[in-house]
Structure formats: structure tokens, C-alpha cells
Design a protein around this ligand. Structure first.
Ligand code: FNR
Length: 360
């Protein structure tokens, strides 16, 4: 029986426990480059004891950023500051991963704490692209519908970013196919109204995701895991469904995906989401049991007992704890203490660990 503090092996990488930090945008990059904020933010979270840390949505092209403050990996100059963060995490025994992303029709909006509407060019914005010229909603531009050549260029951009992630020293990649961003926009019939090989049937709507997975897997080292984040449901009639998620995951397993990070929603602003503790965990359980693909549960997982229960009862192989670890970077070490497990405190902090001695 697995529990929260049992290691998890994905290919040749062993996570020291089943706690991961999900990707969370910091909106603090300049021209896609990580800076001091990222070094401190990710450094302190890597020290907090999680087995895996997935860096925020990182644009594979400039137009693929959600906001002008997103990280990027579309040029070589962006590698070095990320390499510093990856090395620091590894030094703490925390596996560094990076989420490669394209925001599609939800690109070119303000920073997370600013108005969420398409920025004009004078505000630093750009023309968003998408499978079809269907806007996300009020305040969002109708995007440019991608041509077949442009779709091929995007696959190449994911590949180029993956190559740079290898150089930066990341030990896992997560492809962002959730939350209504570009890859999810292709999956859902609500945003994908194409009539070519990328639209219509399940096979066609999932084609781009499968192409990106195949192309990235071909350049991403065989010994390192490839993760994907999916929104299991749009929570809207006529949208992408949990059954389709399970079916897609069966195919992705065969293509070399090692773990699915199962979230929900984000495709349309009108979805009614029954948010509450563990509200998305059942979807991860379905992927794990029905598709046979290892899965991570995420969403309002905040207590050690709840996190341990999810792993112990086989609902997911690991949990991702987001906002709770924004509030408290040491959550994993404190969870170990609460569950009677040994937390691996940094040597420098050992005197503050359970049983530590009074400093003089
Ligand atoms: C997020 N989330 C998110 N998701 C994602 O796939 N890529 C991203 O870059 C971001 N960015 C982001 C920023 C901030 C500030 C927050 C709070 C969230 C979603 C996040 O990964 C997670 O799925 C949710 O926060 C739900 O988990 P918690 O916070 O309830 O544990």
C-alpha cells in the first residue's frame, strides 16, 4: 500500500515523496526570462520538502504566453536563469519540471492581478491564435484560426522548447493541455470548429495533442518522464468529457506519457464548477484505473491527512498542492511531521526540525 511519503519512480527519476507543486504563473518575467523573484520563489519551495516542483506555464512562443509576464523557452537566452532554478531544486532533492504551454485564444491578457481581457498592441498585447476564430468570452478578441502550416510550426516550437528544457537541466516536462489553453482548445468541440484533419471527430480533435506528445517524446531523453496536464471535463454540455479524457489517456500512455495531471475546466468562462475539497480527485482515479496511466490529483488538497488518503486509497499516484504551498512553502515537511514520517529538512535547518537542539 502506497502512502504520501513513499517514493515514486517515473522512468529513471525517483520522487522522494508523492507531493508535487503544480505549475503556478508568477507573471514576473521580462521578455520570458526568469529573474530574482523566480529564483527565490522556486528556491524556497524546493527547500520545503516536495518531491516534484513543476515550474509555471512557459510559453513555447512569445504569442503563446498568457500575459507579457509569463516565462518563455522560445530562445536560448532563456535557458540560463531557468538552469539556475533547476540546479537549486535538484540540490534540495526536489525534482524540477517545467510546464510547456501555449495559451491560444486566452493569450495576451494582463498579469494575473490585472484585468483579464485581451491587451491591445499599445498595452503590450498581440493577436491570439486558436483552432477556430471563436472568442473565449467578453473582453477577449476573436482569435486568428491557425492554418495547417502554423499548426506544424507550433509542434516544432514545443519540440524546440523541450530541447532547451533538457539543456536547462529539467528532469521532467509537463505539457499544458488543460484550463482552456491552446491544446485544450483543440480537444473541446466548443472551441474547435475546424472541418479539416484537426476538427470534428475525437480522433481529429486529439490529433494535435498526440502530435505534440510524439514529437516532444522523440527529443526528450528516454530516461526522463513526460507529464501532461488535462482538464478532465469542461463542466459544460457539449464540451470535452471525462470519458474522452480516459480514452485519450489510453492513447497517450502508448505514446510514452508517464503521468497525467488531472485538473478540470477553463475552456469557457460560464462553466459551473462544483469546487470543494478534492473535487477533481475522482477524475484522476478514473484515468489511473480505467486508462492504466499513473495520475496526479490536484485541486483544494490542503491537509496532510486528505493528501495521504488520496494516495493510500489508490485514487492517485501523487497529489499536487498549489495555493497551500504558496501560503506555506514548508507544507511538505510539516505534513511529514503530522503523519509521523521523517521529513528531510535541509541541513542548515536541522536544529529547527522535530527533535532539533537549541542553537547557541
Ligand atoms: C495556477 N494554476 C495554473 N495551472 C497551470 O496548469 N499552469 C499555470 O501556470 C497555472 N498558474 C496558476 C497561478 C496561480 C497563482 C494559481 C493559484 C493557480 C492552477 C494550479 O496549478 C492548480 O491547478 C490550482 O491552483 C488548484 O490547486 P490548489 O491551489 O487548490 O491546490
Amino acid at each position: 500500500m502506497s502512502h504520501l511519503f513513499e517514493p515514486l519512480k517515473l522512468r529513471d527519476i525517483t520522487l522522494k515523496n508523492r507531493i508535487g507543486i503544480p505549475p503556478m504563473c508568477q507573471y514576473s518575467a521580462q521578455d520570458g526570462m526568469a529573474g530574482d523573484w523566480h529564483v527565490i520563489h522556486y528556491g524556497s519551495r524546493a527547500m520545503g520538502g516536495a518531491g516534484l516542483m513543476i515550474l509555471e506555464a512557459t510559453g513555447v512562443t512569445p504569442a503563446g504566453r498568457i500575459s507579457p509576464g509569463d516565462l518563455g523557452l522560445w530562445k536560448d537566452e532563456q535557458i540560463e536563469p531557468l538552469a539556475r532554478i533547476a540546479a537549486q531544486a535538484k540540490g534540495q532533492g526536489c525534482v524540477p519540471a517545467i510546464q510547456l504551454a501555449h495559451a491560444g485564444r486566452k493569450a495576451s491578457v494582463g498579469l494575473g492581478w490585472e484585468a483579464q481581457k485581451t491587451l491591445t498592441t499599445s498595452e503590450g498585447g498581440w493577436m491570439p491564435v486558436a483552432p477556430s476564430a471563436v472568442s473565449f468570452g467578453d473582453g477577449y478578441l476573436s482569435p486568428h484560426a491557425l492554418t495547417l502550416d502554423e499548426i506544424a510550426d507550433l509542434v516544432a516550437a514545443f519540440v524546440a522548447a523541450a530541447r532547451r528544457a533538457v539543456v536547462a537541466g529539467f528532469q521532467a516536462i509537463e505539457l499544458h493541455a488543460a484550463h482552456g489553453y491552446l491544446l485544450h482548445q483543440f480537444l473541446s468541440p466548443l472551441s474547435n470548429q475546424r472541418t479539416d484533419a484537426y476538427g470534428g471527430s475525437f480522433e481529429n480533435r486529439t490529433r494535435l495533442v498526440r502530435e505534440v506528445v510524439t514529437a516532444v517524446r522523440a527529443v526528450w531523453p528516454d530516461n526522463l518522464p513526460l507529464l501532461i496536464r488535462l482538464s478532465a471535463t469542461d463542466w459544460v454540455d457539449g464540451g470535452w468529457t471525462a470519458d474522452e479524457t480516459v480514452e485519450l489517456c489510453r492513447g497517450l500512455k502508448a505514446l510514452g506519457v508517464d503521468l497525467a495531471d488531472i485538473s478540470t475546466a477553463g475552456l469557457v468562462p460560464t462553466a459551473k464548477i462544483p469546487a470543494g475539497p478534492g473535487f477533481q480527485t475522482g477524475f484522476a482515479a478514473r484515468v489511473r484505473h480505467e486508462a492504466g496511466l499513473p495520475a496526479a490529483a490536484v485541486g483544494l488538497i490542503t491537509s496532510p491527512a486528505q493528501a495521504d488518503h488520496i494516495v493510500r486509497t489508490g485514487q492517485a499516484d501523487m497529489v499536487l498542492v498549489g495555493r497551500e504551498i504558496l501560503r506555506n512553502p514548508y507544507w511538505p515537511l510539516q505534513a511529514a511531521q503530522a503523519l509521523g514520517q521523517v521529513g528531510i529538512w535541509p541541513n542548515q535547518y536541522l536544529r529547527a526540525a522535530p527533535g532539533g537542539s537549541l542553537g547557541r
